[in-house]
Write a protein that binds this ligand. Structure first.
Ligand code: ADP
Ligand code: MG
Length: 239
């Protein structure tokens, strides 16, 4: 599904050179739900942005659903991203002036689906997140947890191969966070492949696949990791 091999990402500004990822390798299979943890500034968002084709890399190889992304131009990357990836952000990234229906519709329009197909996808996605009755509401009329569920519906409507979530419960209180996590677990049990960056050790512990990024380098703490580079004795993550 997702295969990264020795990826390096270096950010160079006038004064600072940051090795945001170094020799980063990761393989994620269909149906996995992967937690990514690590200190602030360690490279988690960089990894997720590269995985989601929002950012490039200097070295290494990346295959997404069998497609080698190296050498693709911007148009090809956009098309691949729209088709394969569903994003969920910490701050929801909904368009305030659009109804829930139109928010979910927007990326589907880019894909060129027919109006009938779009309507069916939007209604089905809203039903999955339990917000069918609110399709004509605007984001400001919803709680944070509901807004995040709309963002999840928007990600799902395109039928992506993989969902990428960057601290999806970071702005939510604990009850709403739990509801969003239950939804993600349910989607995973129905077959969705999910990679989630999280600050919450309990959320990470609940998953069988746990990777940690520190200073741009990856350790795999997964219970069933094939090549665990981790020293489990010093890990704070317990099986
Ligand atoms: P995390 O999500 O784990 O907090 P990031 O992936 O956002 O970390 O950032 C990793 C490192 O790369 C940080 O040192 C950050 O300052 C740097 N960085 C991220 N994006 C940029 C950018 N666009 N330009 C320069 N440096 C960046
Ligand atoms: Mg981040």
């Amino acid at each position: 599904m997702l295969n990264m091999h020795n990826i390096s990402r270096i950010y160079q500004t006038e004064t600072v050179r940051t090795h945001a990822l170094r020799d980063f390798s990761l393989s994620v299979k269909p149906g996995e739900f992967v937690a990514v943890t690590g200190p602030s500034g360690s490279g988690k968002s960089t990894f997720l942005n590269i995985a989601g084709l929002l950012d490039g890399f200097e070295e290494g190889d990346y295959q997404l659903d069998g497609v080698n992304v190296k050498g693709l131009n911007d148009d090809e990357l956009s098309r691949l991203r729209n088709e394969k990836i569903g994003f969920i952000f910490q701050n929801y990234n909904l368009i305030p002036d659009f109804s829930l229906f139109d928010n979910i519709d927007m990326p589907l329009r880019y894909r060129g689906f027919s109006a009938k197909d779009r309507k069916q996808r939007i209604e089905s996605a809203l039903e999955k997140v339990g917000l069918s009755a609110r399709k004509d509401y605007f984001p400001r009329q919803l709680s944070g947890g509901q807004q995040q569920r709309v963002a999840i519906a928007r990600a799902l409507a395109g039928d992506p191969k993989i969902l990428l979530a960057d601290e999806p419960t970071g702005n939510l209180d604990s009850l709403m966070a739990r509801q969003v996590m239950e939804l993600l677990h349910q989607l995973n049990s129905e077959g969705s492949t999910i990679i989630m960056v999280t600050h919450d050790p309990d959320q990470a512990r609940a998953l069988s696949r746990n990777i940690q990024i520190i200073d741009g380098e990856m350790s795999d703490f997964s219970i069933y990791a094939p090549h665990s580079g981790a020293d489990l004795s010093s890990s704070t993550i317990t099986a």
